[in-house]
Write a new protein. Structure first.
Length: 302
């Protein structure tokens, strides 16, 4: 006979030092420190006959411990002053439980880094929703947090390189003394366009070079609850259809609030890459740990 793993507090492998409540069928949102285990009263010790004073002392000690254990149990069941009711578990042993009769234990809860629909940038403290049909590569040439359309094609220039119809990268603003969000966005858009449609890392023209450009938008925008700025530009290239660039800059929610730069590059003439998708991705940027408003766990349809 197969038995399911009973409800209880078990170690959360994604949050060391933390336990998460397993309700018998799935992980819940309740967590606690691994040190917050329920005390257990020791069993009464045998007493020799004739030791009257000792007998009374031991009995009073045991009774007192039982009262303390009952009080702690009542607090865990009824909750603290905030009225939040919390489940009670058996004391944690610090190890993953083993179900009897070969029944599988609960699968460890996944973090956002494991979610294919979420791009996590730990350094800058933000997450982005991955559009439907996009992917998150494990490695990139410039080591930036990246998501891009699935499937590459040979760039139309003479470089022999591979290109992607849509790319979004997240990086920390560096190598500049600029701190104003508008000035940073205006300074970055040229670099972003050259990286996407100008030259590759060895100087080859991947789209036949940029022939001309036209700015489409330049405006302040709220990103992850902070005021930033974006510049959007259309570029015409020597070969291929050209494309659309956007440099989005906003203060980081972590550390010293160093500005974060999100670069967008969409090939022109792609029905699956409307400019409105840039706005949708921008609205979906969240601080790490904030899953409200369709953040973590949601995909973005074009």
């Amino acid at each position: 006979m197969t038995h399911a793993t009973p409800p209880g507090w078990y170690p959360d492998v994604n949050m060391p030092g933390t336990e998460r409540w397993w309700d018998g069928t799935a992980w819940t949102g309740h967590t606690r420190s691994a040190a917050a285990t329920q005390p257990v009263a020791p069993a009464p010790q045998p007493v020799r006959r004739g030791a009257g004073t000792t007998t009374r002392t031991v009995a009073m000690t045991v009774a007192g411990l039982l009262v303390v254990a009952a009080a702690v149990t009542g607090f865990l069941v009824l909750g603290g002053d905030d009225g939040d009711t919390r489940p009670v578990s058996t004391p944690s042993t610090g190890a993953q439980p083993t179900a009897t009769d070969s029944a599988p234990g609960p699968t460890p809860a996944e973090g956002p880094e494991d979610d294919p629909t979420v791009l996590v940038d730990q350094l800058d403290g933000v997450t982005l929703q991955v559009p439907e049909g996009w992917e998150k590569p494990e490695n990139t040439l410039d080591d930036a947090s990246t998501m891009r359309t699935a499937g590459s094609y040979t760039c139309p220039g003479d470089s022999g390189s591979f290109c992607y119809h849509g790319t979004v990268t997240v990086r920390t603003a560096g190598g500049t003394d600029l701190t104003d969000m508008k000035a940073l966005a205006e300074a970055d858009i040229g670099t972003a366009a050259d990286r996407a449609y100008g030259k590759n890392t060895v100087g080859d023209l991947i789209h036949g070079g940029i022939r001309s450009h036209k700015d489409l938008a330049s405006k302040p925008v709220t990103v992850a609850g902070r005021t930033g700025y974006l510049v959007r530009r259309q570029v015409t290239t020597g070969k291929g259809p050209g494309g659309y660039m956007q440099s989005l800059v906003f203060p980081s929610a972590v550390g010293s609030e160093t500005p974060v730069i999100v670069r967008f590059a969409f090939d022109a003439g792609q029905d699956a890459l409307p400019l409105s998708l840039m706005d949708t991705i921008t609205r979906g940027i969240r601080p790490i740990g904030d899953a409200t408003g369709g953040g973590v766990g949601s995909t973005v349809a074009p």
